[in-house]
Design a protein around this ligand. Structure first.
Ligand code: SAH
Length: 364
């Protein structure tokens, strides 16, 4: 059990970082939340935009195909997805992108997936597409060349660290065992030593916050930016990430656990719930720009989908399947309404230097 392993680790070596706790809980190869099962869908733990409506992946696919045209139709382009889940977005994207002549002949599909269980689901979903698909563990493992990179709800599950401002200094917030708990088994947050180095990971806007403030550090985002900068240095590339979080860096603890569509205490039962934290789009974009990348967004998901013609696509779908009219209207509402996913979910586009602006973004 993951909880036992983590307790042993804490008893021997002292409190661990929240990132270490998350990594184990999500990706332990035998018992991790993603490693063992398929948690995505209405009857499972959480649902995502591509699982709500086929139109989501279709519009993403059209953007991918347009990007290939904008690159000057290279003879080979890697279409890479990070964290493809059930493979639904890629499957819908390919169906739409196929309408652009030549795209499918050029596209090489590469999936980056940590979970063996989800790889199996992806193979099944994408089998009928007839596309050649490869799986790799990391972006660095993809051969050089022009690339279009997609990631929906990928950044939010990259492990985060937290820091608390205490007597004028940032201290890492760690996970230990609760001394007040009679069983001695319960996990609890504890204040760790002052942050040594790493202070550039604290969101710039929040560095001088008052005592008591809690901030989140996202080392995983920086890694992704570094990988993109390396990849896009001499080859055209575009990365499109869709995720949830504020447009500007905010103070506060956003670590959350979700099981069966309900929030759980985040430290209660590692491995049995999804653990995510809000993406800090401001810091992500700042990191991208300082790595020399061209960044657009964050663009709210509702505005982006509407701008790309969601309504027209919905009208065409409703016409071919009149029985589904109200279901399609409900899908649009869930994807675009301000109280649903329309505003909290946002897109960021990170490009190499030589591409025209991406479709659907209002400003650079
Ligand atoms: N994009 C899908 C799934 C989102 S859930 C959808 O929108 O439905 C997050 C996905 O990212 C899962 O497939 C998970 O296994 C994968 N994942 C998370 N961290 C990863 C990592 N570091 N490397 C590879 N895959 C990862």
């Amino acid at each position: 059990m993951i909880a036992d392993t983590l307790r042993d680790r804490i008893r021997t070596g002292g409190p661990i970082s929240i990132a270490a706790f998350m990594t184990e809980a999500l990706f332990d190869p035998r018992h991790g939340f993603y490693a063992t099962k398929d948690p995505i869908g209405a009857g499972a733990d959480f649902i995502t935009a591509p699982e709500i409506s086929q139109m989501f992946g279709e519009l993403v696919g059209l953007v991918a195909a347009q990007t290939w045209l904008d690159m000057g139709r290279p003879g080979a382009v890697k279409l890479i997805e990070m964290g493809p889940g059930r493979g639904t977005m890629m499957s819908d994207a390919l169906r739409a992108a196929r309408t652009v002549p030549g795209f499918m002949d050029a596209a090489e599909i590469v999936l980056i997936e940590a979970s063996a269980a989800l790889k199996a689901v992806q193979a099944q979903t994408l089998g009928p597409s007839g596309a050649q698909i490869r799986w790799v563990d990391r972006l660095e493992a993809v051969a050089p060349g022009p690339s279009i990179i997609l990631g929906n709800e990928f950044l939010d599950c990259l492990p985060v660290r937290q820091a608390v401002r205490h007597q004028g200094q940032w201290h890492e917030r760690l996970v230990g065992l609760d001394p007040q708990d009679e069983t001695g088994e319960a996990f609890a947050f504890v204040l760790g030593p002052p942050l040594a180095g790493d202070s550039d990971l604290i969101p710039a806007r929040l560095r001088d916050a008052d005592d008591g403030a809690l901030v989140e550090l996202r080392p995983g985002d920086r890694q992704v930016i570094d990988q993109l900068a390396a990849r896009f240095a001499d080859q055209p590339g575009r990365a499109l990430f869709i995720d949830y979080g504020p447009a500007q860096s905010e103070i506060g603890d956003t670590l959350q656990a979700i099981r069966a569509h309900k929030k759980q205490p985040p430290l209660e039962a590692p491995g049995t719930a999804d653990l995510t934290a809000r993406v800090d789009f401001e810091s992500l974009i700042m990191a991208g720009k300082s790595a020399g990348l061209t960044c657009y967004g964050p663009e709210p998901q509702g505005a982006w989908l509407t701008g790309l013609g969601l309504e027209a696509r919905a009208a065409a779908l409703s016409q071919s399947q009149p029985g589904k009219r109200s279901e399609i209207a409900r899908q649009i509402w869930r994807l675009t309404d301000k109280e649903q996913m329309g505003e909290l979910f946002k897109l960021v586009c990170i490009d190499s230097a030589d591409l025209p602006p991406p479709p659907g973004f209002s400003a650079g």
